[in-house]
Every structure is written in structure tokens, then in C-alpha cells.
Write a protein that binds this ligand. Structure first.
Ligand SMILES: N[C@@H](CCC(=O)N[C@@H](CSCO)C(=O)NCC(=O)O)C(=O)O
Ligand SMILES: [Zn+2]
Ligand SMILES: [Zn+2]
Length: 191
């Protein structure tokens, strides 16, 4: 059987709703679930093949999007959260019991500072923005995926209408490079 990319992608993509304005996320614990309330839909939602983003078991990819950090609140069982890697750019807050990542926050100077990374599959609601592209695709090889099967993975994304990149999408890479240029003193007119 072909490996699962992600449950939100394998059987085709369901478009989100432009009027949807948020909902709740829950970890996978059977009881005392960590609950996060989001007062916003996600943006830049994407499949991520990197080794750091949380993936549902059996899936090669994570699906992760961003929300303004002011739109994120922990509304139950906050004491179960712990940061996976305090040195990482994205500080991923995971449930100590089930391992699910509830939100990832950037505290250092970074183009995405102010945005939290979240996984909408942890919500029962529908209307979340659908995945827009697949990023860090080649990174799955670093986790043991066979290099010769990469064409099949990229073809599956294409078949459901998603572009694949080995870092992030051009729009996001341009944002990162613009931030880096400005930090080094470059000023662009009419941005
Ligand atoms: N090949 C590495 C890549 C790890 C990586 O750089 N991940 C990205 C994307 S995460 C969501 O898009 C990143 O920005 N990481 C910053 C961080 O994780 O703190 C690997 O697979 O590990
Ligand atoms: Zn849990
Ligand atoms: Zn990632």
C-alpha cells in the first residue's frame, strides 16, 4: 500500500471557508485533553516534511499553518504542555502525555515572529484553510524515506493540486529574504 502523505491530503483536498473564524484544538489524550482556542482561521497552511513538525502516526507529512499569536489561548490543561526543543526557532508546545504538538511559537527575531504554528486536524470543526502547498519535501529522506520513491510522493501532491518545494513556497521564501535584506540595512521602495 502506498504510504499516507497525510489524512487531510490522501483522498483529495477539501476547500476551507473564507468566513470561518477559528475553533478549538485538542490533543489526543483520552481524558484531560489540552485544549487550545484559536480566534482566527489559519494562513499559509501547508504540508511539511521536516523532522520537527508533529505528524499523525503513519503519515509522511505534517499539515501546519499559522495564526497570530494573540489569537491563541490555552483553554484547558495547560499544565500538560512542555516545549519540545527550547533551542529551536519554533518552540513547539507538546502534550507531555500524548506527544501531540498544540502550538509552536517564535520568540526570537524572525520574519514569522508573532505567528504561532498549529495543526488544524486537531479540531473537530470544518472550514479551516486547506493546505496550499507542500514544503520540505526532500526532508523526508532524512527520516528514512527511500530516495527512489520521491517521484511518487511529488506526483501524489501534484495529483491533488499541491505544488511541492524542498524548502517553503516562493512567497514565503521571498518574505524571509526580504526580512534578511532589511535586517542588513537594505531598504526597498514601494514595498
Ligand atoms: N531538513 C530539516 C529541516 C527543518 C526545518 O528547517 N524546518 C522548517 C519548517 S517547519 C514548518 O514549516 C523550519 O522553519 N524549522 C524551524 C524550527 O523547526 O524551529 C529537518 O527535516 O529537520
Ligand atoms: Zn495529550
Ligand atoms: Zn516542519
Amino acid at each position: 500500500m502506498a504510504p499516507s502523505l497525510h489524512p487531510l491530503i490522501d483522498n483529495g483536498i477539501t476547500p476551507g471557508s473564507s468566513s470561518f473564524s477559528g475553533g478549538k484544538l485538542h490533543c489526543h489524550c483520552a481524558s484531560n485533553q489540552v485544549e487550545i482556542t484559536l480566534d482566527s482561521n489559519v494562513a499559509h497552511n501547508h504540508a511539511c516534511g521536516c523532522s520537527k513538525c508533529w505528524k499523525p502516526s503513519g503519515s509522511l507529512f505534517s499539515v501546519v499553518g499559522v495564526v497570530p499569536r494573540d489569537a491563541v489561548s490555552v483553554t484547558a490543561n495547560a499544565s500538560k504542555l512542555s516545549i519540545v526543543d527550547k533551542d529551536a526557532t519554533i518552540q513547539r508546545n507538546a502534550c507531555k502525555d500524548c506527544g501531540v504538538h498544540l502550538f509552536g511559537r517564535i520568540e526570537k527575531d524572525h520574519p514569522f515572529k508573532g505567528l504561532d504554528f498549529v495543526h488544524v486536524e486537531l479540531s473537530d470543526e470544518t472550514g479551516w484553510q486547506e493546505p496550499q502547498f507542500a514544503g520540505f519535501v526532500s526532508s523526508i529522506i532524512e527520516q528514512g524515506f527511500h530516495p527512489k520513491e520521491m517521484d511518487e510522493v511529488r506526483a501524489k501532491f501534484k495529483a491533488v493540486g499541491l505544488e511541492t518545494y524542498d524548502v517553503l513556497s516562493p512567497a514565503l521564501m521571498d518574505l524571509i529574504s526580504t526580512f534578511t535584506a532589511q535586517k542588513s540595512g537594505i531598504r526597498f521602495a514601494n514595498l
